[in-house]
Write a protein that binds this ligand. Structure first.
Ligand code: SF4
Length: 397
């Protein structure tokens, strides 16, 4: 038998620099940050304030808003002010897109981070034919990008704010597309070009994302980015996401496959699950991914057997009852196992166990120790009493 210390089950996170976004820090070994985006039009001040609060109250630590015009950018000043008056300051990110320099400069005064998409930030007139850009043409556009980006970089740098360089697979700049193709390499080069400009201006409060709607593309892009950053001695935190993941079960599985795979490799400092559903639905998915990987423990971890012919009670129903009774607690592991044949062994790491003992009776465990046997009708109540007796219970708020 190989002893447990021989297996390292910890996820070793890639070392990144800490980047402050309001009162939250991304990277630098801080817990992986959960974020999302409201759907409201930013011109709708009351609606936006309410939506930001709704998200923040359920655990969204950074909230993004879209800023398509100067009017939207100015509206953010009021939103920020209102939030601070009626609620509390919430770290805000503004999404700036096409030819957005003036909008970005305005909004940079009101938010904590500005997200730009390198593929859209500077408009390049589409070429009639798909021909590669010459070095000279490539550099000429690079100079234009530098000129357009510089004022924003200086503004964010001088205010101590952050920028996300948010590359999207579906909106690469044409010259990147024609030079590197529709590839992870093109995505990484797009990000690096913007990083180099920022670094030349002594601005390092950067977070990078390389999202794609196809998981294998997204995985390849982030892994290549990490490799290139390591070669270049860069340590910028990464924002993970699968764009346009869709809705329902598949949207969640797709997001988990992409985000979870990278997190398991130690890559990623902040995440957003993009669902075609209300943004509030994204937050529990984020926390479940982080909890499943042991990166953040924000809820009870339930261990339950799949049930089989040996199951001694209605496992699905009891698990539901136990979950309903204890879901407000944090930091506990609770196991619900159908029988004692495999049950106690397989739930050994749990703090508490509810295990089928014999027809009509269950056993309650604290760790590996059987504490008492009770009739199954009192099972859930007695489990709660046990948690209370240990001083680990709090009343639901
Ligand atoms: Fe079956 Fe018991 Fe294993 Fe559950 S713990 S699956 S009831 S053998």
């Amino acid at each position: 038998i190989i002893s447990q210390p021989d297996f390292d089950t910890t996820i070793h996170r890639r070392k990144t620099r800490p980047v402050k976004v309001g009162n939250i820090t991304i990277g630098g070994g801080f817990p992986v940050v959960v974020q999302s985006m409201i759907n409201e039009d930013t011109l709708d001040i009351e609606g936006s304030v309410a939506a930001i609060r709704r998200l923040h109250e359920i655990g969204c630590e950074i909230v993004r808003v879209t800023v398509p015009s100067m009017g939207h950018a100015k509206a953010l000043a009021t939103i920020k002010e209102k939030l601070a008056q009626v609620y509390q300051p919430v770290p805000l990110v503004a999404d700036v897109h096409h030819n957005g320099l003036n909008i970005a400069l305005e909004v940079a005064k009101h938010v904590d981070k500005v997200r730009i998409n390198p593929g859209l930030y500077v408009f390049e007139k589409p070429r009639a034919t798909r021909t590669e850009y010459s070095q000279e043409e490539f550099e000429k556009i690079g100079d234009k990008i530098r000129q357009t980006l510089e004022p924003l970089v200086i503004s964010l740098r001088d205010q101590g704010k952050a920028m996300r360089i948010g590359v999207n697979h579906g909106s690469l700049a044409e010259r990147m597309l024609f030079t590197y193709g529709d590839t992870p390499e093109g995505m990484v080069e797009s990000a690096l070009e913007f990083i180099h400009i920022c670094e030349s201006l002594d601005f390092y409060n950067l977070i990078v994302s390389l999202k794609a709607s196809r998981v294998p593309v997204m995985l390849a892009a982030y892994r290549l980015m990490v490799k290139r950053m390591d070669e270049l001695g860069m340590d910028y935190p990464l924002h993970l996401g699968v764009t346009e993941a869709g809705d329902g079960e598949y949207g969640r599985i797709k997001s988990t496959a992409g985000i979870g795979t990278l997190l398991a490799e130690g890559i990623g400092d902040t995440i957003r699950v993009s669902l075609t559903e209300a943004p509030e639905k994204e937050i529990p998915v984020c926390y479940s991914i982080l909890q499943a990987l042991g990166l953040r423990k924000t809820m009870v971890e339930y261990v339950a057997c799949p049930s089989c012919g040996r199951t001694l009670f209605n496992l699905e129903e009891v698990l539901h009852q136990v979950r309903e009774a204890t879901k407000h607690l944090t930091g506990l592991d609770i196991a619900v196992m159908g029988c004692i044949v495999n049950g106690p062994g397989e739930m050994a790491d749990a703090d508490y166990g509810y295990v089928g003992k014999q027809a009509g009776y269950i056993a309650l465990y604290r760790g590996r120790e059987e504490i008492k046997r009770v009739h199954e009708e009192q099972g859930v109540e007695e489990l709660i009493n046990l948690i209370k007796a240990d001083g680990r219970w709090v009343d639901p708020s």
